[in-house]
Design a protein around this ligand. Structure first.
Ligand SMILES: NC(=O)c1ccc[n+]([C@@H]2O[C@H](COP(=O)([O-])OP(=O)(O)OC[C@H]3O[C@@H](n4cnc5c(N)ncnc54)[C@H](O)[C@@H]3O)[C@@H](O)[C@H]2O)c1
Length: 360
């Protein structure tokens, strides 16, 4: 089978995708690009990548590239994905898909027209501790799902503390927003666990700001397509260890993750309850590997464990087999539109906002 030739744009988090595609048999990384040319040269050398493009336009013209990984700052993803698709490349984009509804629609149009594949990289859908739970919920095990919670709690000092004042994450014109920054890990993963679309939202920001004067905490309440409700909290301000928390409640049972999670290679606890367990007085603790798939963990370890490897593997298969990727353009847009509309609500101090559904 033909190897997919990958180019990586943006070499911070982009390096995790670079390593993932290098480790897989169906792909090779042929080029990198970053506007920081010293970084690009260093990464190309360290990872033994043949071509280092001086700017994105040169990468777009490179006929040796089949797939571009977009790992630039949040506000550039939509534009970069659109340019890559227009140049005839498949796209794996970091979260968020885009920051406007128009860009989401354009990406859908371009993939519909061209047959090119697009995948939004929410690697949390590949977390070992969640995959079986999601399958259980989708099989109807918890009954009619009526409520869910998703939280992305990440005190950003480790990421931003050492940055220059003009870094995009804290720049007054392009600050990383809560719901489109880490938020898609909460919104998209919760939607996937619940098996619903989010159709309406009302949201609020905390008035307290970070030391960079950016909004650090937002709560959104969603109505779901099956008549249920969901709550998403994103905070970069909480003084606590990193946490991705999910809970799902149905007519026959409940799932709650622990908020005391540990590192990607550690074990963690999920809590389950089912009405068929008639004598149960406590949630049932299930100890599972955290983010890493233990079968892959021994061979390869990346920034977020093995999740990016499994995501890249899935996307390669979708390209090779011409099938719809798990977080293809419509599925990505359902989550990112929910974030865009929630931010619109919170930015105006609350109030209901209808979310476009991006039906198939
Ligand atoms: N999925 C995850 O868990 C996860 C983790 C970290 C970051 N991210 C996402 O990855 C993206 C990048 O974040 P980061 O932490 O790597 O940021 P970063 O600032 O470390 O890296 C971004 C890189 O993009 C380069 N860049 C910016 N504009 C460019 C352009 N026009 N052309 C070429 N290069 C350009 C910058 O020079 C920089 O090296 C963000 O969207 C972020 O939200 C996702």
């Amino acid at each position: 089978m033909k190897q997919i030739r990958v180019g990586v744009l943006g070499l911070g988090q982009g390096r995790s995708h670079l390593r993932a595609f290098q480790l897989l048999e169906g792909s090779c990384v042929v080029a990198v690009c970053d506007q920081n040319s010293a970084l690009a040269t260093r990464v190309a050398h360290e990872f033994n990548v043949a071509t280092c493009h001086p700017h994105f336009e040169a990468m777009l013209e490179d006929r040796n590239i089949d797939l571009i990984v977009v790992a630039t700052p949040d506000h550039l993803h939509g534009q970069h994905a659109i340019q890559a698709l227009e140049a005839g490349k498949h796209v794996l984009s970091e979260i968020p898909m885009a920051t406007t509804l128009e860009e989401c629609e354009r990406i859908i149009q371009l993939t519909d027209r061209s047959g090119l594949k697009y995948h939004m990289g929410n690697q949390v859908r590949y977390a070992f501790c969640l995959r079986d739970v999601q399958a259980l919920i989708q099989s109807g095990d918890l009954g009619d799902v009526f409520y869910g919670e998703g939280e992305y709690l990440h005190e950003m000092e480790d990421i931003v503390g050492h940055r220059e004042a003009d870094h995009w994450r804290i720049h007054p014109q392009t600050p990383q927003t809560t719901l489109l920054g880490g938020g898609p890990h909460a919104i998209d993963t919760l939607r996937w666990l619940m098996g619903v679309r989010f159709v309406e939202v009302q949201a609020y920001h905390a008035a307290q700001l970070s030391r960079w004067q950016t909004i650090h905490t937002t709560v959104a309440l969603f109505k779901t397509s099956n008549g249920g409700i969901a709550k998403v909290t994103v905070s970069y301000g909480m003084k606590r260890p990193y946490c991705l928390y999910y809970a799902v409640y149905g007519s026959d049972g409940s799932f709650e993750r622990t908020r005391d999670q540990g590192g990607s290679v550690e074990d963690t606890t999920n809590y389950l309850y089912h009405s068929k367990l008639s004598g149960a007085r406590r949630m049932v603790p299930v100890t599972v590997p955290n983010w890493n798939n233990p079968r892959l963990q021994r061979q390869h370890a990346l920034g977020h464990g093995t999740m990016e490897i499994e995501q890249a593997q899935h996307f390669l298969r979708a390209i090779q087999e011409d099938s719809e990727p798990a977080i293809g353009p419509r599925e990505a847009a359902r989550s990112i539109a929910a974030g865009i509309c929630a931010l619109a609500s919170a930015d105006q101090g609350g109030g209901q906002v209808r979310i476009p559904e991006f039906l198939d």
